[in-house]
Design a protein around this ligand. Structure first.
Ligand code: DQA
Length: 147
């Protein structure tokens, strides 16, 4: 089975981007930790980051043909704006966990609303890079329970 990890805009800058909010961990570090965890559980992991809304939508659409069974997604700023990315996730009907490095509820008020949370299996926010490994752990448990 394949788990897809999607990262939205500006997450390619992790490590140097507002480290007081997002930490010093890079996207490569996050991917390496998740890769170890996935391999230990015999699951294939694919990661994709884009600064372009349409590319993220295309990746979600191709996930269905590819047999992706679970998605872990940090939509970044698209969390608060993208009906189109939300619609893509509904269209493919692949369960997903929404992850945010920061606690979006303790920041500017415009970050408190997410177009994804009400259709997510679960939401993790405020735990930094650890949020991704916790999300993967939860995804692995759910996949084992259903297959
Ligand atoms: C973020 C929170 C968003 O509000 C912000 O636009 C991001 C990152 C997070 O991981 O904390 O780019 O999704």
């Amino acid at each position: 089975s394949v788990i897809l990890v999607l990262h939205g805009p500006n997450l390619n800058l992790l490590g140097t981007r507002e480290p007081a909010i997002y930490g010093h961990t890079t996207l490569a570090d996050i991917h390496a930790a998740m890769e170890t965890q996935a391999r230990a559980n015999g699951v294939r992991l694919e990661s994709f980051q884009s600064n372009h809304e349409g590319e993220l939508i295309d990746r979600v659409q191709s996930a269905r043909e590819q047999g992706v069974t679970f998605i872990i997604i940090n939509p970044a700023a698209y969390t608060h704006t993208s009906v189109a990315l939300r619609d893509a996730l509904v269209a493919v009907a692949i369960p997903f966990i929404e992850v945010h490095l920061s606690n979006i509820h303790s920041r500017e008020s415009f970050r408190r609303h997410s177009y994804f949370s009400d259709i997510a299996t679960g939401v993790i926010a405020g735990l930094g890079a650890q949020g991704y490994t916790l999300a993967l752990e939860a995804a692995l448990m759910r996949l084992n329970a259903t297959t």
